[in-house]
Ligand binder design. Structure first.
Ligand SMILES: C[S@@+](CC[C@H](N)C(=O)[O-])C[C@H]1O[C@@H](n2cnc3c(N)ncnc32)[C@H](O)[C@@H]1O
Length: 247
């Protein structure tokens, strides 16, 4: 995702740092302490501005969600949009964060204080998901969402695709038995490649469609930013669900 460098990006992030997890591996081992409940953990890789995770966390609230995004400024925007969607305040016109009770937190004031209840069931993390997830414990994740990841179309780059077999093997380790991968892309070549990789893996294909928006899955679909853009341009959206079989 391209984004012009944000002014005061790091200060903005610091203000909302109660919603951002500095150590996702610690989070994976302390879900109850971080979210205040024992609900299963679900992960989105490359959350962009966070439309999907905001929608999903409302649609299926009995889960905890971790949205990982490697570009810090993009993650900051996702975190701010999530905070706004929960009524936790807004960006102050003169800089800083304004809570809806009127309190303004200026840059450098430290993290805005939120109650456990206000924070809700989503946390954000900045970094390369491929690096972060390989440190997660086995059987610690209920589902993984990959939406409109980079197709790495150039020859020789297949190993970088987030559905390459080596990634699937890592996902299989950290997912529980029966845990699922949900994958969406506009790119048919990447989709077909992903189906081939799933064939080689421990996952079984549970569902696939080459046209999500005309499928029976559309009613429950949560649209992402890229999905909206691509479908407005007339691209069909591919979607698959694959189930982890460990035994
Ligand atoms: C094409 S955008 C799609 C954003 C969003 N998922 C959507 O569908 O609108 C891909 C996003 O994934 C992020 N990304 C790509 N590879 C990543 C990785 N290995 N770890 C974390 N984020 C990643 C990019 O920075 C970018 O914001």
């Amino acid at each position: 995702m391209r984004m012009k460098k944000k002014r005061h990006g790091s200060e903005r992030l610091e203000l909302l740092s109660a919603l951002v997890c500095a150590d996702p591996v610690y989070l994976s081992k302390n879900v109850e302490g971080i979210y205040g409940n024992k609900n299963p953990l679900r992960i989105e890789i490359g959350c962009g501005k966070g439309d999907f995770i905001r929608g999903k966390s409302k649609q299926e609230p009995n889960y905890n969600y971790l949205a990982i995004e490697k570009i810090a400024d993009v993650c900051t925007v996702a975190t701010e949009k999530y905070a706004i969607s929960r009524g936790l305040g807004e960006l102050s016109l003169n800089g800083g964060w304004k809570k809806y009770d009127g309190t303004v937190y200026h840059y450098g004031d430290g993290a805005v204080d939120f109650t456990e209840d206000e924070k809700g069931n989503v946390r954000f993390a900045i970094g390369d998901a491929a690096q972060i997830l390989k440190e997660f414990p086995e059987d610690s994740v209920d589902a993984i969402y990959i939406n409109f990841c980079d197709p790495w179309s150039k020859k020789g780059y297949a190993k970088r695709r987030l559905t390459y077999i080596a990634f699937l093997e890592m996902y299989s380790d950290i997912l529980v038995d029966g845990g699922k991968i949900f994958f969406k892309t506009d790119n048919k070549d990447l989709f077909d490649f992903s189906l081939e990789q799933i064939e080689k893996s421990k996952f079984i294909l549970e569902y696939k469609t080459y046209d999500l928006h005309t499928s029976e899955m559309n009613d429950s679909n949560i649209e992402t930013e890229y999905e909206r853009n691509f479908s407005e341009k007339g691209f069909e959206i591919n979607m698959l669900i694959a189930k982890n079989i460990k035994k």
